[in-house]
Write a protein that binds this ligand. Structure first.
Ligand SMILES: Nc1ncnc2c1ncn2[C@@H]1O[C@H](COP(=O)(O)OP(=O)(O)O)[C@@H](O)[C@H]1O
Ligand SMILES: O=C(O)C1=C[C@@H](OP(=O)(O)O)[C@@H](O)[C@H](O)C1
Ligand SMILES: [Mg+2]
Length: 181
């Protein structure tokens, strides 16, 4: 349900390793606005690392904490670039919050590119064990879940700066067409 306010934040969604956290920081610099990573917000609010929450309390509790963190972040008065975690879109409540408060940008990347990027960081709890198998399985499980975004960018062969530039151009078009961000 709309509360009558225009979309305000830029919200990045997408599978793990598509570049949401990295792009969000760089895009915020370019737009001269604040930025928030929902994963970092969860860690701050819960006082535990993401992997520790998954290990100690399970994914269900992580998802509940994620919705509360997302709600708090998107409630900010000033415009932010918000990086979400790859599974944040699984909840219809979260998708509704994002669409109500933001211009939603989905980042995608080919599976092998995702694997190359996430293999450098061993801390993602859902990718423990056989990373390749987990990535292909989760991509299959999550097919279509990022399609609700206003804009989708395939980052497979783009640099971070090129992704940032494309989002900035799209925001500019979106602004002139009707909305404020
Ligand atoms: N467009 C890109 N090209 C190459 N490497 C990238 C790109 N975007 C992100 N990366 C790298 O991929 C890794 C995962 O990026 P990250 O921002 O943590 O993704 P996410 O938040 O979507 O999981 C990081 O090492 C980052 O530097
Ligand atoms: O896809 C997911 O379910 C998750 C993605 C992670 O964020 P990134 O997409 O930034 O890696 C983090 O929220 C958590 O490990 C769960
Ligand atoms: Mg991230």
């Amino acid at each position: 349900m709309s509360d009558g306010k225009p979309p305000r934040h830029v919200v990045l969604v997408g599978f793990m390793g598509t570049g949401k956290s990295t792009v969000s920081r760089r895009l915020a610099e370019l737009l001269a606005c604040g930025t928030c990573d929902v994963d970092a917000e969860i860690v701050k609010r819960e006082g535990e690392e993401i992997a520790a929450i998954f290990a100690g309390r399970g994914e269900r509790e992580f998802r509940a904490a994620e919705t509360e963190a997302l709600r708090a972040v998107l409630g900010a008065e000033d415009a932010l670039v918000v990086a979400t975690g790859g599974g944040a879109v699984l909840s219809p409540i979260n998708r509704e919050l994002m669409l109500r408060r933001g211009f939603v940008v989905a980042l995608t990347a080919d599976p092998e590119q995702v694997i190359a990027r996430v293999s450098q960081d061993p801390d993602r709890p859902l990718l423990q064990g056989d990373v390749r198998r987990r990535v292909y399985q989760l991509l299959e499980d999550r097919k279509g879940v990022y399609d609700f975004a206003h804009l989708t960018i395939d980052t497979t062969s783009l640099s971070v700066d090129e992704v940032v530039e494309r989002i900035a151009q799209a925001i500019s078009r979106f602004r002139t067409s009707q909305h404020s961000i």
